[in-house]
Design a binder for this molecule. Structure first.
Ligand SMILES: [Mg+2]
Length: 321
C-alpha cells in the first residue's frame, strides 16, 4: 500500500539553484513521484495554496521571494484555517548550525535535509514522510467511516432516524430560502408483524433490506431515504410539488408490490402504505408538523385498505396569509 501511494504521490520542490533543482527533480521522478518544480518561494506558495495542492513539499531555505520557513508558516496557518489535509514539509538547507535548524522546525517543518543532498538519506526521510501521510489518511478514512456508520441504519444501510430528520430539517430550511417545495413520504410495510410471526425475524430482516433497496432504486441521488423506526420509513423529496408527489409515491409503492420478495428462501408478496405531504413556502410549519401530517395521511392509507398512497395537504398556518 505504501508503494502505491509513493508511486502516485505529488511533491512540490522549490529550489533557486538550477543544478540542485534539476538533480532533485530527476531523482524524485525516478522514484515515481510526480514533481512540481518551482524556481522561487512565491511560485512554491502559489502551488501549495491551491485547493488540492500536493501534501508533500521540499523547500529550499534561502531563495528569492518567500523563504522556506516563511512558506512553512503560511502552509500551517492555511491548514488550521481551512481544516486542510496535512502537508509534510522537508526543508533543504546548506546551513547546518543548530540554531537555524531549530528555527526551521519551530516554523512547523517536519524534517530537514542538508545540501548537497545524499540520495539515500533523502529517500529514507521522504519515506518517513509518506508513512506519516498514509497514517493520517487512514485516520481520516476511519473517522469518516465511523461518522457514516453513526448516521446509517445498520440493517438496511439507509439513513437512521436522527439523520433523516436532520436531512428533512436541512431541506425544509433550504426550501424556505429558495421558495421551493419539499415532498415528504411516510411509509409503512403492511402487516409486517405477520411476516415476523409467520416466517421468523430473519425473513423479516430480508424484507426490510429488499424494501430499502427498492426504495433507493426509485429515488434520485439527492432524495433522502431513512428508516424511521421498525418498519416505518421517511422519504424526503426536495423540489417535489403537490402535482408530482402522488406519482412519486405510486412509483415506490409499485416497486415494492409488483415483484415478490425473496425472504429467507420464501417468496413473499409485500405491500406498503404511504402518507404524503408537501412543504410549500411561505408555510412556517416545522419538521414535527410535516411528519405529523404525513403520519396522519399514512394512517388514512391504512384505513382505506393499505397498499396505496394518500396525500394530505399541510395545514396552512394562520400567519402565512
Ligand atoms: Mg537557495
Amino acid at each position: 500500500m505504501l508503494e502505491t501511494v509513493v508511486e502516485t504521490m505529488r511533491v512540490v520542490i522549490a529550489e533557486d539553484s538550477g543544478p540542485s533543482r534539476l538533480a532533485l527533480e530527476r531523482t524524485l521522478a525516478k522514484w515515481g513521484y510526480e514533481v512540481i518544480a518551482c524556481k522561487d518561494g512565491n511560485a512554491a506558495w502559489e502551488e501549495l495554496e491551491k485547493e488540492h495542492s500536493p501534501n508533500l513539499a521540499i523547500l529550499d531555505w534561502m531563495m528569492p521571494g518567500y523563504s522556506g520557513p516563511e512558506i512553512v508558516r503560511m502552509v500551517r496557518a492555511k491548514a488550521e484555517a481551512a481544516k486542510a489535509p496535512y502537508t509534510y514539509i522537508l526543508l533543504l538547507t546548506s546551513k547546518n548550525e543548530r540554531a537555524d535548524l531549530i528555527e526551521g522546525l519551530e516554523a512547523g517543518a517536519d524534517d530537514y535535509i542538508t545540501k548537497p543532498f545524499d540520495q539515500q538519506e533523502l529517500r529514507v526521510r521522504l519515506r518517513a514522510g509518506v508513512r506519516i501521510l498514509n497514517l493520517q489518511a487512514e485516520l481520516v478514512a476511519a473517522r469518516e467511516a465511523l461518522r457514516d456508520q453513526a448516521m446509517r441504519d445498520a440493517l438496511t444501510g439507509l439513513w437512521n432516524r436522527r439523520s433523516i430528520i436532520e436531512i428533512l430539517t436541512r431541506e425544509q430550511s433550504r426550501a424556505a430560502r429558495q421558495t421551493m417545495p419539499v415532498g415528504v413520504l411516510m411509509m409503512d410495510i403492511d402487516h409486517f408483524k405477520d411476516v415476523n410471526d409467520t416466517h421468523g425475524h430473519l425473513a423479516g430482516d430480508d424484507v426490510l433490506k429488499e424494501v430499502s433497496r427498492r426504495l433507493l432504486a426509485s429515488v434520485r441521488p439527492y432524495d433522502g431515504v431513512g428508516r424511521y423506526g421498525g418498519e416505518e420509513f421517511i422519504i424526503v423529496l426536495p423540489g417535489c410539488d403537490v402535482a408530482s408527489i402522488q406519482s412519486r409515491g405510486e412509483a415506490m409503492r409499485l416497486a415494492i408490490a409488483d415483484q415478490p420478495i425473496t425472504a429467507y428462501e420464501r417468496q413473499l408478496s409485500i405491500t406498503a402504505s404511504f402518507g404524503a405531504t408537501v412543504f410549500i413556502p411561505p408555510s412556517t410549519l416545522d419538521v414535527a408538523d410535516l411528519i405529523r401530517t404525513a403520519d396522519d395521511a399514512l394512517y388514512e392509507a391504512k384505513r382505506r385498505g393499505r397498499n396505496c398512497v394518500i396525500y394530505q395537504s399541510s395545514p396552512v398556518p394562520e400567519n402565512a396569509n
